[in-house]
Design a protein around this ligand. Structure first.
Ligand SMILES: [Zn+2]
Length: 471
Protein backbone atom coordinates (compact mmCIF):
# COMPACT_ATOMS: atom_id res chain seq x y z
CA UNK A 1 0.00 0.00 0.00
CA UNK A 2 1.34 3.40 -0.95
CA UNK A 3 -0.04 6.88 -0.27
CA UNK A 4 0.89 10.07 -2.12
CA UNK A 5 -0.32 13.50 -1.05
CA UNK A 6 -1.42 15.82 -3.84
CA UNK A 7 -3.65 18.42 -2.27
CA UNK A 8 -4.65 20.05 1.03
CA UNK A 9 -1.02 19.72 2.11
CA UNK A 10 0.11 22.65 4.25
CA UNK A 11 -3.09 24.41 3.20
CA UNK A 12 -6.81 23.78 3.60
CA UNK A 13 -8.00 23.45 0.01
CA UNK A 14 -7.73 21.05 -2.93
CA UNK A 15 -7.99 17.82 -0.89
CA UNK A 16 -6.61 14.91 -2.96
CA UNK A 17 -4.59 11.85 -1.93
CA UNK A 18 -3.59 8.90 -4.08
CA UNK A 19 -3.74 5.39 -2.70
CA UNK A 20 -2.03 2.56 -4.61
CA UNK A 21 -2.80 -1.03 -3.73
CA UNK A 22 -1.66 -3.99 -5.88
CA UNK A 23 -1.19 -1.88 -8.98
CA UNK A 24 -4.63 -0.32 -8.63
CA UNK A 25 -5.01 3.38 -8.04
CA UNK A 26 -7.62 5.18 -5.93
CA UNK A 27 -8.14 8.86 -5.20
CA UNK A 28 -9.32 9.94 -1.77
CA UNK A 29 -11.19 13.17 -2.61
CA UNK A 30 -10.74 15.26 -5.74
CA UNK A 31 -11.18 18.79 -4.46
CA UNK A 32 -10.91 22.20 -5.98
CA UNK A 33 -7.83 24.18 -5.06
CA UNK A 34 -8.72 27.74 -4.08
CA UNK A 35 -6.29 30.63 -3.88
CA UNK A 36 -4.92 33.30 -6.15
CA UNK A 37 -6.85 33.16 -9.39
CA UNK A 38 -4.11 32.20 -11.88
CA UNK A 39 -2.31 29.75 -9.61
CA UNK A 40 -5.61 28.07 -8.69
CA UNK A 41 -6.60 27.77 -12.33
CA UNK A 42 -3.33 26.10 -13.29
CA UNK A 43 -3.38 23.74 -10.31
CA UNK A 44 -6.94 22.67 -11.04
CA UNK A 45 -6.40 22.28 -14.79
CA UNK A 46 -3.19 20.24 -14.53
CA UNK A 47 -4.04 17.09 -12.61
CA UNK A 48 -1.06 15.43 -10.87
CA UNK A 49 -2.31 11.94 -11.78
CA UNK A 50 -3.14 10.34 -15.12
CA UNK A 51 -6.95 10.34 -14.92
CA UNK A 52 -7.34 7.26 -17.12
CA UNK A 53 -5.27 5.15 -14.71
CA UNK A 54 -7.43 5.92 -11.67
CA UNK A 55 -9.66 2.95 -10.81
CA UNK A 56 -12.03 4.65 -8.35
CA UNK A 57 -12.56 7.78 -6.27
CA UNK A 58 -13.73 7.70 -2.66
CA UNK A 59 -15.19 10.99 -1.46
CA UNK A 60 -15.13 12.03 2.20
CA UNK A 61 -17.81 14.71 1.81
CA UNK A 62 -19.39 17.17 -0.60
CA UNK A 63 -17.59 20.43 0.22
CA UNK A 64 -16.19 21.84 -2.99
CA UNK A 65 -12.58 21.71 -1.78
CA UNK A 66 -13.06 17.93 -1.54
CA UNK A 67 -15.31 17.22 -4.55
CA UNK A 68 -15.04 20.24 -6.82
CA UNK A 69 -12.46 19.01 -9.33
CA UNK A 70 -14.18 15.72 -10.21
CA UNK A 71 -15.43 17.11 -13.55
CA UNK A 72 -11.79 17.86 -14.57
CA UNK A 73 -10.89 14.25 -13.74
CA UNK A 74 -13.73 13.02 -15.95
CA UNK A 75 -12.79 15.37 -18.80
CA UNK A 76 -9.29 13.87 -18.67
CA UNK A 77 -10.59 10.33 -19.10
CA UNK A 78 -11.62 8.98 -15.68
CA UNK A 79 -14.49 6.49 -16.06
CA UNK A 80 -14.53 4.62 -12.75
CA UNK A 81 -16.97 4.79 -9.85
CA UNK A 82 -17.09 7.69 -7.36
CA UNK A 83 -18.08 6.28 -3.98
CA UNK A 84 -19.89 8.61 -1.58
CA UNK A 85 -22.78 8.52 0.90
CA UNK A 86 -26.34 9.11 -0.34
CA UNK A 87 -26.47 12.64 1.08
CA UNK A 88 -23.06 13.47 -0.41
CA UNK A 89 -24.24 12.33 -3.84
CA UNK A 90 -27.30 14.59 -3.63
CA UNK A 91 -25.28 17.56 -2.37
CA UNK A 92 -22.66 17.09 -5.10
CA UNK A 93 -25.36 17.14 -7.76
CA UNK A 94 -26.45 20.63 -6.65
CA UNK A 95 -22.96 21.93 -5.80
CA UNK A 96 -21.09 20.75 -8.91
CA UNK A 97 -23.77 22.22 -11.18
CA UNK A 98 -23.52 25.47 -9.27
CA UNK A 99 -19.72 25.30 -9.49
CA UNK A 100 -19.83 24.82 -13.30
CA UNK A 101 -22.16 27.79 -13.55
CA UNK A 102 -19.66 29.92 -11.59
CA UNK A 103 -16.73 28.77 -13.79
CA UNK A 104 -18.69 29.47 -16.98
CA UNK A 105 -19.66 32.94 -15.73
CA UNK A 106 -16.08 33.56 -14.66
CA UNK A 107 -14.70 32.72 -18.12
CA UNK A 108 -17.40 34.83 -19.76
CA UNK A 109 -16.43 37.80 -17.60
CA UNK A 110 -12.69 37.40 -18.33
CA UNK A 111 -13.34 37.11 -22.07
CA UNK A 112 -15.62 40.14 -22.08
CA UNK A 113 -13.01 42.17 -20.22
CA UNK A 114 -10.25 41.03 -22.61
CA UNK A 115 -12.38 41.95 -25.63
CA UNK A 116 -13.05 45.42 -24.22
CA UNK A 117 -9.35 45.94 -23.62
CA UNK A 118 -8.47 44.80 -27.08
CA UNK A 119 -11.05 47.19 -28.53
CA UNK A 120 -9.61 50.11 -26.55
CA UNK A 121 -5.91 49.28 -26.91
CA UNK A 122 -6.14 47.70 -30.36
CA UNK A 123 -4.32 44.55 -29.15
CA UNK A 124 -4.17 41.32 -31.11
CA UNK A 125 -6.84 38.74 -30.30
CA UNK A 126 -5.19 35.90 -28.40
CA UNK A 127 -7.55 33.01 -27.66
CA UNK A 128 -10.53 32.82 -25.36
CA UNK A 129 -10.39 31.68 -21.72
CA UNK A 130 -12.16 28.33 -21.31
CA UNK A 131 -14.11 27.65 -18.11
CA UNK A 132 -12.35 25.19 -15.77
CA UNK A 133 -15.25 22.89 -16.57
CA UNK A 134 -18.72 23.18 -18.00
CA UNK A 135 -22.19 22.08 -17.00
CA UNK A 136 -21.98 19.43 -19.70
CA UNK A 137 -18.86 17.96 -18.05
CA UNK A 138 -20.66 17.95 -14.70
CA UNK A 139 -23.57 16.05 -16.28
CA UNK A 140 -21.05 13.43 -17.51
CA UNK A 141 -19.62 13.17 -13.97
CA UNK A 142 -22.86 12.68 -12.05
CA UNK A 143 -23.74 9.18 -13.41
CA UNK A 144 -20.41 7.86 -12.08
CA UNK A 145 -21.49 8.44 -8.47
CA UNK A 146 -22.21 5.26 -6.55
CA UNK A 147 -24.04 5.78 -3.24
CA UNK A 148 -22.94 3.86 -0.16
CA UNK A 149 -24.35 3.69 3.36
CA UNK A 150 -22.65 4.42 6.66
CA UNK A 151 -20.99 1.48 8.38
CA UNK A 152 -21.49 -0.83 5.39
CA UNK A 153 -18.05 -2.17 4.37
CA UNK A 154 -17.68 -2.07 0.60
CA UNK A 155 -15.22 -4.05 -1.52
CA UNK A 156 -13.68 -1.37 -3.78
CA UNK A 157 -10.91 -3.57 -5.19
CA UNK A 158 -9.46 -7.08 -4.90
CA UNK A 159 -8.85 -7.60 -1.18
CA UNK A 160 -9.47 -3.90 -0.36
CA UNK A 161 -12.54 -2.70 1.50
CA UNK A 162 -13.70 0.70 2.64
CA UNK A 163 -16.09 1.59 5.46
CA UNK A 164 -17.66 5.02 6.10
CA UNK A 165 -18.11 6.47 9.59
CA UNK A 166 -20.05 9.66 10.34
CA UNK A 167 -17.57 12.55 10.60
CA UNK A 168 -20.20 15.00 11.96
CA UNK A 169 -18.89 17.84 9.77
CA UNK A 170 -21.49 18.27 7.01
CA UNK A 171 -24.61 16.40 5.93
CA UNK A 172 -23.32 13.05 4.59
CA UNK A 173 -19.71 13.65 5.72
CA UNK A 174 -17.51 10.65 6.46
CA UNK A 175 -14.24 9.46 7.90
CA UNK A 176 -13.10 6.40 5.96
CA UNK A 177 -11.37 3.20 7.05
CA UNK A 178 -9.59 1.14 4.35
CA UNK A 179 -8.72 -2.48 5.06
CA UNK A 180 -6.27 -4.43 2.94
CA UNK A 181 -6.52 -8.19 3.58
CA UNK A 182 -3.23 -10.01 3.91
CA UNK A 183 -2.02 -13.24 5.36
CA UNK A 184 -2.21 -13.11 8.30
CA UNK A 185 -4.45 -10.20 9.31
CA UNK A 186 -4.99 -6.89 7.57
CA UNK A 187 -3.45 -3.46 7.06
CA UNK A 188 -5.71 -0.58 8.07
CA UNK A 189 -5.59 3.04 6.93
CA UNK A 190 -8.00 5.73 8.13
CA UNK A 191 -8.70 9.02 6.35
CA UNK A 192 -10.40 11.55 8.61
CA UNK A 193 -11.86 13.77 5.87
CA UNK A 194 -12.92 16.90 7.75
CA UNK A 195 -13.72 16.14 11.39
CA UNK A 196 -16.77 17.87 12.85
CA UNK A 197 -17.53 18.72 16.44
CA UNK A 198 -19.71 17.35 19.19
CA UNK A 199 -22.87 19.43 19.67
CA UNK A 200 -23.05 21.04 16.22
CA UNK A 201 -26.60 21.88 15.12
CA UNK A 202 -28.34 19.27 12.92
CA UNK A 203 -25.52 16.71 12.69
CA UNK A 204 -24.63 13.73 14.81
CA UNK A 205 -21.37 13.90 16.74
CA UNK A 206 -18.30 12.49 14.96
CA UNK A 207 -18.22 8.70 15.41
CA UNK A 208 -15.15 7.09 16.95
CA UNK A 209 -13.04 5.00 14.58
CA UNK A 210 -11.63 1.54 15.39
CA UNK A 211 -7.88 1.01 15.90
CA UNK A 212 -5.92 1.41 12.64
CA UNK A 213 -2.26 1.27 11.55
CA UNK A 214 -2.06 4.62 9.76
CA UNK A 215 -4.14 7.79 9.88
CA UNK A 216 -4.44 10.75 7.53
CA UNK A 217 -5.78 13.52 9.77
CA UNK A 218 -7.03 17.03 9.06
CA UNK A 219 -5.51 19.87 11.09
CA UNK A 220 -7.51 23.02 10.15
CA UNK A 221 -7.70 24.16 13.78
CA UNK A 222 -4.65 22.25 15.04
CA UNK A 223 -3.62 25.19 17.21
CA UNK A 224 -6.98 26.55 18.29
CA UNK A 225 -9.72 25.97 20.88
CA UNK A 226 -13.36 26.85 20.04
CA UNK A 227 -16.04 28.31 22.29
CA UNK A 228 -19.08 26.31 23.37
CA UNK A 229 -22.35 26.30 21.35
CA UNK A 230 -24.45 27.89 24.12
CA UNK A 231 -22.12 30.89 23.92
CA UNK A 232 -22.89 31.08 20.19
CA UNK A 233 -26.65 31.00 20.73
CA UNK A 234 -26.48 33.73 23.38
CA UNK A 235 -24.29 35.89 21.16
CA UNK A 236 -26.62 35.48 18.19
CA UNK A 237 -29.56 36.38 20.45
CA UNK A 238 -27.86 39.61 21.58
CA UNK A 239 -26.96 40.62 18.02
CA UNK A 240 -30.50 40.04 16.67
CA UNK A 241 -32.07 41.94 19.58
CA UNK A 242 -29.71 44.88 19.36
CA UNK A 243 -30.22 45.26 15.60
CA UNK A 244 -34.01 44.79 15.79
CA UNK A 245 -34.11 47.37 18.60
CA UNK A 246 -32.63 49.94 16.21
CA UNK A 247 -35.09 48.94 13.47
CA UNK A 248 -32.12 47.74 11.43
CA UNK A 249 -31.43 44.86 9.09
CA UNK A 250 -29.19 41.98 10.10
CA UNK A 251 -27.26 41.07 6.97
CA UNK A 252 -25.61 37.66 7.20
CA UNK A 253 -23.17 36.46 4.53
CA UNK A 254 -23.09 32.66 4.87
CA UNK A 255 -21.91 29.63 2.93
CA UNK A 256 -24.96 28.14 1.23
CA UNK A 257 -24.01 24.60 2.19
CA UNK A 258 -23.93 23.81 5.88
CA UNK A 259 -23.59 27.22 7.49
CA UNK A 260 -26.95 28.57 6.25
CA UNK A 261 -28.81 25.50 7.55
CA UNK A 262 -27.06 25.78 10.95
CA UNK A 263 -28.04 29.44 11.24
CA UNK A 264 -31.65 28.72 10.29
CA UNK A 265 -31.87 26.07 13.00
CA UNK A 266 -30.35 28.40 15.64
CA UNK A 267 -32.74 31.23 14.67
CA UNK A 268 -35.60 28.72 14.80
CA UNK A 269 -34.61 27.78 18.36
CA UNK A 270 -34.34 31.44 19.41
CA UNK A 271 -37.66 32.38 17.80
CA UNK A 272 -39.45 29.37 19.28
CA UNK A 273 -38.30 30.18 22.80
CA UNK A 274 -39.14 33.87 22.22
CA UNK A 275 -35.59 34.96 22.93
CA UNK A 276 -35.71 37.15 19.80
CA UNK A 277 -38.58 39.35 18.56
CA UNK A 278 -41.04 38.16 15.93
CA UNK A 279 -39.26 39.53 12.82
CA UNK A 280 -39.00 38.13 9.27
CA UNK A 281 -35.99 35.99 8.33
CA UNK A 282 -35.08 35.56 4.65
CA UNK A 283 -32.72 32.98 3.14
CA UNK A 284 -31.84 34.59 -0.17
CA UNK A 285 -29.75 32.15 -2.24
CA UNK A 286 -30.96 29.67 -4.88
CA UNK A 287 -28.18 27.20 -3.96
CA UNK A 288 -29.06 27.44 -0.26
CA UNK A 289 -32.71 26.76 -1.15
CA UNK A 290 -31.74 23.63 -3.13
CA UNK A 291 -29.35 22.45 -0.46
CA UNK A 292 -31.92 22.94 2.29
CA UNK A 293 -34.29 20.70 0.31
CA UNK A 294 -31.55 18.03 0.29
CA UNK A 295 -31.09 18.45 4.06
CA UNK A 296 -34.82 17.88 4.54
CA UNK A 297 -34.64 14.59 2.60
CA UNK A 298 -31.71 13.14 4.55
CA UNK A 299 -33.15 12.71 8.01
CA UNK A 300 -30.90 9.62 8.39
CA UNK A 301 -28.02 12.06 9.00
CA UNK A 302 -29.72 14.13 11.73
CA UNK A 303 -28.85 14.17 15.42
CA UNK A 304 -31.49 13.44 18.06
CA UNK A 305 -32.30 17.09 18.74
CA UNK A 306 -33.08 17.78 15.08
CA UNK A 307 -35.06 14.54 14.81
CA UNK A 308 -37.23 15.71 17.70
CA UNK A 309 -38.57 18.48 15.44
CA UNK A 310 -39.69 15.80 13.02
CA UNK A 311 -41.39 13.74 15.76
CA UNK A 312 -43.26 16.88 16.81
CA UNK A 313 -44.37 17.29 13.20
CA UNK A 314 -42.28 20.46 12.84
CA UNK A 315 -39.83 21.42 10.11
CA UNK A 316 -36.35 22.14 11.54
CA UNK A 317 -35.55 24.30 8.50
CA UNK A 318 -38.76 26.27 8.50
CA UNK A 319 -40.63 28.43 10.99
CA UNK A 320 -43.44 30.94 10.77
CA UNK A 321 -41.38 34.01 9.90
CA UNK A 322 -38.82 32.26 7.68
CA UNK A 323 -38.99 32.71 3.91
CA UNK A 324 -36.79 31.10 1.27
CA UNK A 325 -36.12 33.35 -1.71
CA UNK A 326 -35.28 31.84 -5.08
CA UNK A 327 -36.44 34.40 -7.65
CA UNK A 328 -34.19 37.36 -8.46
CA UNK A 329 -37.18 39.74 -8.47
CA UNK A 330 -38.15 38.74 -4.94
CA UNK A 331 -34.53 39.20 -3.87
CA UNK A 332 -34.45 42.74 -5.28
CA UNK A 333 -37.71 43.55 -3.50
CA UNK A 334 -35.88 43.05 -0.19
CA UNK A 335 -33.91 46.21 -0.95
CA UNK A 336 -37.03 48.29 -0.39
CA UNK A 337 -38.21 46.44 2.68
CA UNK A 338 -37.85 48.36 5.96
CA UNK A 339 -36.20 46.72 8.94
CA UNK A 340 -36.09 45.03 11.26
CA UNK A 341 -35.45 41.76 9.49
CA UNK A 342 -32.73 39.16 8.98
CA UNK A 343 -31.36 38.23 5.56
CA UNK A 344 -28.97 35.29 5.08
CA UNK A 345 -27.30 35.16 1.68
CA UNK A 346 -24.24 33.80 -0.18
CA UNK A 347 -21.37 33.89 -0.84
CA UNK A 348 -19.84 33.40 2.58
CA UNK A 349 -16.81 35.59 1.91
CA UNK A 350 -18.89 38.27 0.10
CA UNK A 351 -17.01 37.71 -3.16
CA UNK A 352 -19.94 37.04 -5.47
CA UNK A 353 -23.69 36.52 -5.37
CA UNK A 354 -26.73 38.28 -3.98
CA UNK A 355 -25.11 39.19 -0.68
CA UNK A 356 -23.30 41.97 -2.53
CA UNK A 357 -26.61 43.70 -3.28
CA UNK A 358 -27.70 43.48 0.34
CA UNK A 359 -24.37 44.86 1.52
CA UNK A 360 -24.41 47.68 -1.06
CA UNK A 361 -27.87 48.56 0.13
CA UNK A 362 -27.18 48.26 3.83
CA UNK A 363 -23.67 49.01 5.00
CA UNK A 364 -23.97 52.81 4.98
CA UNK A 365 -26.83 52.73 7.52
CA UNK A 366 -25.63 52.57 11.17
CA UNK A 367 -28.87 50.89 12.26
CA UNK A 368 -27.86 47.74 10.36
CA UNK A 369 -25.50 44.94 11.37
CA UNK A 370 -23.33 42.73 9.17
CA UNK A 371 -22.81 39.36 10.85
CA UNK A 372 -19.78 37.43 9.60
CA UNK A 373 -20.15 33.71 10.28
CA UNK A 374 -17.04 32.03 8.92
CA UNK A 375 -13.38 32.30 8.11
CA UNK A 376 -12.62 35.20 5.72
CA UNK A 377 -9.61 34.77 3.44
CA UNK A 378 -7.23 37.63 2.79
CA UNK A 379 -8.20 40.20 0.15
CA UNK A 380 -11.89 39.25 0.19
CA UNK A 381 -14.63 41.82 0.84
CA UNK A 382 -15.61 39.76 3.89
CA UNK A 383 -12.12 40.27 5.35
CA UNK A 384 -12.32 44.02 4.72
CA UNK A 385 -15.61 44.12 6.65
CA UNK A 386 -14.13 42.12 9.54
CA UNK A 387 -11.20 44.54 9.60
CA UNK A 388 -13.75 47.39 9.67
CA UNK A 389 -12.11 49.43 6.95
CA UNK A 390 -13.88 52.82 6.90
CA UNK A 391 -14.49 52.45 3.19
CA UNK A 392 -14.95 49.23 1.16
CA UNK A 393 -15.45 48.66 -2.57
CA UNK A 394 -18.66 46.97 -3.74
CA UNK A 395 -19.08 46.46 -7.49
CA UNK A 396 -16.06 48.73 -7.89
CA UNK A 397 -17.75 51.57 -6.04
CA UNK A 398 -16.39 52.87 -2.71
CA UNK A 399 -18.97 52.61 0.09
CA UNK A 400 -18.76 53.97 3.63
CA UNK A 401 -18.94 51.23 6.24
CA UNK A 402 -21.26 52.65 8.90
CA UNK A 403 -23.17 49.50 9.85
CA UNK A 404 -22.09 47.52 12.90
CA UNK A 405 -19.92 44.47 12.10
CA UNK A 406 -20.09 41.37 14.31
CA UNK A 407 -18.45 37.97 13.97
CA UNK A 408 -19.68 34.52 14.94
CA UNK A 409 -16.67 32.36 14.17
CA UNK A 410 -17.70 29.80 16.78
CA UNK A 411 -19.99 28.05 14.28
CA UNK A 412 -17.01 26.34 12.69
CA UNK A 413 -17.72 22.78 11.56
CA UNK A 414 -14.10 21.69 12.21
CA UNK A 415 -12.92 20.08 15.43
CA UNK A 416 -10.43 22.13 17.42
CA UNK A 417 -7.15 20.84 18.86
CA UNK A 418 -8.64 19.27 21.99
CA UNK A 419 -11.51 17.70 20.02
CA UNK A 420 -9.11 16.21 17.46
CA UNK A 421 -6.93 14.76 20.21
CA UNK A 422 -10.01 13.22 21.84
CA UNK A 423 -11.33 11.89 18.52
CA UNK A 424 -8.13 10.01 17.63
CA UNK A 425 -7.79 8.35 21.05
CA UNK A 426 -9.58 5.06 20.12
CA UNK A 427 -7.23 4.63 17.15
CA UNK A 428 -4.02 5.25 19.04
CA UNK A 429 -3.23 1.83 20.55
CA UNK A 430 -2.20 0.46 17.15
CA UNK A 431 -1.19 3.64 15.28
CA UNK A 432 2.25 3.53 13.67
CA UNK A 433 2.13 6.95 12.08
CA UNK A 434 -0.14 9.95 11.53
CA UNK A 435 0.00 12.16 8.44
CA UNK A 436 -1.32 15.68 8.99
CA UNK A 437 -3.09 17.34 6.06
CA UNK A 438 -5.75 20.04 5.53
CA UNK A 439 -4.15 22.69 7.71
CA UNK A 440 -1.72 25.56 7.31
CA UNK A 441 1.82 24.69 8.43
CA UNK A 442 1.64 26.40 11.84
CA UNK A 443 -1.65 24.71 12.70
CA UNK A 444 -0.31 21.32 11.60
CA UNK A 445 2.96 21.77 13.51
CA UNK A 446 1.15 22.68 16.73
CA UNK A 447 -1.07 19.61 16.43
CA UNK A 448 1.89 17.36 15.60
CA UNK A 449 3.68 18.51 18.73
CA UNK A 450 0.62 17.80 20.90
CA UNK A 451 0.11 14.35 19.35
CA UNK A 452 3.74 13.41 20.08
CA UNK A 453 3.43 14.78 23.60
CA UNK A 454 0.12 13.10 24.49
CA UNK A 455 0.34 9.83 22.55
CA UNK A 456 4.01 9.52 21.53
CA UNK A 457 3.03 8.69 17.93
CA UNK A 458 5.24 9.52 14.96
CA UNK A 459 3.58 12.39 13.08
CA UNK A 460 4.47 13.66 9.61
CA UNK A 461 3.39 16.83 7.77
CA UNK A 462 3.86 15.86 4.11
CA UNK A 463 4.67 18.24 1.27
CA UNK A 464 2.87 18.16 -2.06
CA UNK A 465 3.93 15.07 -4.01
CA UNK A 466 5.41 13.23 -1.03
CA UNK A 467 4.77 9.48 -1.16
CA UNK A 468 5.01 6.85 1.59
CA UNK A 469 4.98 3.07 1.58
CA UNK A 470 2.65 1.72 4.27
CA UNK A 471 3.31 -1.74 5.65
ZN1 LIG B 1 -15.40 20.26 4.67
Amino acid sequence: MRITFWGAVRTVTGSMHELEVDGRRYLLDCGLYQGRRQEARERNLKLPVEARTVDAVVLSHAHIDHSGNLPSLVRNGFEGPIYATHATVDLCRAMLRDSAHIHEKDAEYLNKRARRRRAVLGEEVSGEVEPLYTLEEVERTLPLFSAVGYRAPLEIGEGLSCEAYDAGHLLGSTALVFRRRRNPGELRLAFSGDVGRPGLPILRDPQPLPPVDYLILESTYGDHLHKHEEVVLAKLERIVNRTAGRGGKLIVPAFAVGRTQQLVLLLHQLAESRRIPDIPVFVDSPLAVDVTEIYRRHTECFDEETNRYLWDGADPFGFRRLRYVREAGESKALNDLRGPFVVISASGMCEVGRILHHLKNGIEDPRNTVLITGFQAQNTLGRKLVDRLPQVPIFGEPMRLRAEVETLNELSAHADQAELLRWIRPMTPSLKRIFLVHGETLQAQALAARIREVYGIETTIPDRGDGFKLS
